[in-house]
Each structure stands twice: as C-alpha cells, then as structure tokens.
Design a protein around this ligand. Structure first.
Ligand code: ATP
Ligand code: MG
Length: 388
C-alpha cells in the first residue's frame, strides 16, 4: 500500500523573526508573497499562501520544477529557511506511511539519523517527542542498518504538525536572509564591470532596497563587450535582487574634456565627481533615495578617506558604500557566492581604466579639485550625457 501514498512536495518558506522588528509585518509579508509569485512562475504553476510565519508554495500541476523552485526561493531576501516537504493529513498512521514512502531516497546510504517534531497544532493527540519516536521507530524498523543518533546525526528528519496539515522534510536549506526587496525603497547602483559593485548591489538589496543601475562607458575607448559584461552582471544579480533596469551612459566627451583641460593628477577624481552627479540625476528621476557604489576604503588612490570625501561632496544624495570596510578577499568570496565573480574577471576595459593618471592624488585638497573642475564645462557636458 505504501506506493499509493501521495508524496507530492510543497515548499515551506520561513522568515526570520528578527527581520520583522521595526517593520510593518503585513507589508513585509505581501512583498515576499509578490516576489515569490513572480520568481516561481518560471518553474510551474504554484499557489502561494501564508500562515503561522510561514509561506507555502504549493505546486498546482504535475511537472513543476521543484529543484528550480527551491533554488530560486533560496535567493529571495527575507526568507530564512527553505524546506522541501510533503504535506500529509494530520493522522499518525498516514504520517508514518508517508514517511516510509517519501524518506528512503534521503536515508539511502546514510549512517545515522534522528527525527525531530514541532507541533504547533496543540490539538493533535500526541506530543512532539511521541510523534518523533513513532516516526523514528518505523524508519528504524525499515532501515535496520541506520543508527539513531540524537546528538550528531548525519540527517535530521523533521515532522511539523501545523494548522492545515502535517509536513515531513529531510533537510532545510539556508535562505538568503535579509529583508524583502523593495520594502526599504530604491537605490541606484553604480555598476561597473568589476567585482565590487555587483557585491555592493547584492548587499543593499539584502537590506530591502529595490535596485536600479547605471553603467558608464566610454566608447570607443571601451567596447561593446564591456557593456555586455555589465548587463550580464545585472542579470545574474537580478536572481537575488529582482529585475534591474540598467541605464548605460557615455562618459567619452567628459573624459576627453578633463583629459584636455585639467591637471592629470586630478583626472580620476574629477571623473568620479561627474559620475556621482549624473547618477544623482538618474536616481531622482527614477525614485531612488540613495546611490550605491562598490568603493572600499584604501583599495585604490580614489578610495582614500580624503578622495572619498571629494567624491562624496559632489552629491547631496545619500551614498551607500557597503564594501567600505571589506577586504578584497571578502568581497571576492561574496562575489563567488552570488555568482558574479567569473563574469567580473573577464578582461574588458572599463571607463575608469582609460586615461588613468600615472600619479593620482591620494590626499586631494577640495579647493584644488574645484579649481581644476572649473577648467572644463562639466555642467553642459553632464547635461548632454544625462539625456536619459
Ligand atoms: P568594482 O569596484 O565594481 O570592482 P572597479 O574596482 O573597477 O569595479 P573602481 O574603480 O573601484 O571600480 O570604482 C569604484 C566604484 O565606482 C565601483 O564600485 C562602482 O560603484 C563605480 N564605478 C566604477 N566604474 C564604473 C562604471 N563604468 N559604471 C558605473 N559605475 C562605476
Ligand atoms: Mg573597486
């Protein structure tokens, strides 16, 4: 009879209580539900509903891609854990039958296991330890060669007795954590083709920001492939952050003008100030409350404290620099985790690497910077570049 047991899977998505602090819970839950509906739609028809601080994603047809849906759900900010489970009627015999039908594929080849139970429906006649013992018992009977190890099991089976049903799962995946995208407003990411800026976008989306992006290019000094690289990075990032609208802006004329008219030592600083001002305009037009960059203190000449102050003073807008205190190695580890690293290291020229000064100012004086800035018509050139 075991083969007749329905072992249709469902996803249980749990959000961390900590993330709820200070946030309007219902806004948070709605944002999560919306994001899930959108992202899981690629993997089949799922019904999404919520109860007891858990969101349920239930396949509504055969052939839903559960692997794909699980992986996609684990990239949604606001979700602390993802469990791929089966739902069973709240009846002890049915639970045991379903456990025997569903769990062999997970227990195969394992040396030890334990069963844990969580009973949020207190009307269920057995206590959690009793349920765990019964389910553990039938599994042990079936798989005589697997030991019960309550301290350090190779696999933990969980049974949850909830409002609608009982759920059985053989492991949970760590979710992306953080706060649902969009619940904190929107930020504009200055997205280069490098390693740091995609990581910066990821970190701010994790804290609840929807992400827009601006990419600067300098054709013909930079090529088609550099642009495509940035667009590819945005698309990888969107698996975590949701859709990202990328605006590509040409800095060619600005770079040529600075190079022609200003002291070479100030080139990068002047360019970065222009980038901030153009980005600020796009941010205001697209409802962004902050700029986001991948700058990290001390990484290059334009990222000393003094240089950052000069860049910062070009805009009134809040600038978020989540990589500021991170070592390159830490940023690389994050870039690998989010999947952008391999693309970031493709060797295409970025607009910041053309015309770079041999001896950039590392402790610039703002008065000298402004003096240099007055030597070219940045306002007009920025107007032209910012025709979004
Ligand atoms: P990344 O910092 O992304 O690895 P990078 O190290 O080449 O790229 P930096 O010269 O360190 O870039 O620039 C610092 C920050 O300025 C970047 O993190 C990014 O936010 C922004 N930036 C640099 N180049 C560009 C560009 N071409 N388009 C948009 N933003 C850029
Ligand atoms: Mg950098």
């Amino acid at each position: 009879m075991v083969d007749m047991v329905n072992t249709k899977e469902i996803l249980l998505l749990k959000y961390g209580e900590i993330a709820l602090k200070g946030l309007n819970k219902i806004t948070f839950e709605r944002a999560l539900t919306r994001t899930l509906e959108q992202r899981l739609s690629k993997y089949g028809n799922f019904e999404i509903y919520r109860a007891q601080s858990t969101i349920y994603a239930e396949p509504k047809e055969d052939g839903c891609d559960m692997e794909g849906a699980t992986a996609a759900a684990a990239k949604i900010f606001g979700i602390a854990t993802v469990c791929r489970a089966i739902s069973v009627e709240k009846d002890m015999d049915k639970i045991k039958e379903a456990a025997l039908a569903y769990l062999p594929r997970f227990l195969e080849g394992k040396k030890s296991f334990k069963v844990e139970c969580k009973r949020s429906d207190k009307h269920f006649p057995l206590t959690s330890p009793q349920i765990a013992a019964e389910v553990g018992g039938v599994l042990f009977e079936r798989f005589g060669n697997i030991a019960v190890d309550l301290r350090n099991p190779e696999i933990t089976i969980r049974v949850e007795i909830r409002d609608f049903a009982a759920y059985i799962h053989a492991g949970r995946i760590k979710g992306a954590g953080g706060i649902p995208v969009g619940t904190g407003g929107k930020g504009l990411l200055l997205l280069s083709g490098g390693i740091d800026s995609p990581a910066a976008g990821y970190m701010m989306a994790k804290r609840g920001l929807e992400i827009g992006a601006i990419h600067f290019e300098s054709f013909p000094y930079t090529g088609e492939r550099a642009r495509e690289k940035a667009l590819t990075l945005a698309s990888i990032l969107s698996e975590w952050c949701g859709d990202i609208d990328v605006r590509v802006v040409s800095l060619t004329k600005i770079q040529e003008a600075i190079s022609r008219s200003c002291d070479e030592e100030y080139f990068t600083l002047l360019l970065r100030r222009s980038m901030m001002r153009i980005a600020e305009r796009l941010a205001r037009q697209t409802g962004c409350g902050a700029l986001i960059t991948g700058e990290s203190l001390g990484q290059v000449a334009s990222q000393t404290m003094q240089a950052l102050a000069v860049t910062d003073s070009a805009t009134d807008m809040l600038v978020l620099r989540p990589c500021i205190g991170m070592d390159k190695e830490e940023i690389v580890t994050l870039a690998r985790k989010i999947g952008t690293f391999e693309t970031s290291i493709l060797p295409y020229e970025d607009c910041c690497t053309v015309f770079t000064p041999r001896h950039p100012k590392t402790k610039p004086n703002i008065h000298r910077v402004l003096e240099e800035e007055s030597k070219y018509d940045c306002a007009a050139l920025e107007d032209e570049a910012a025709m979004f």
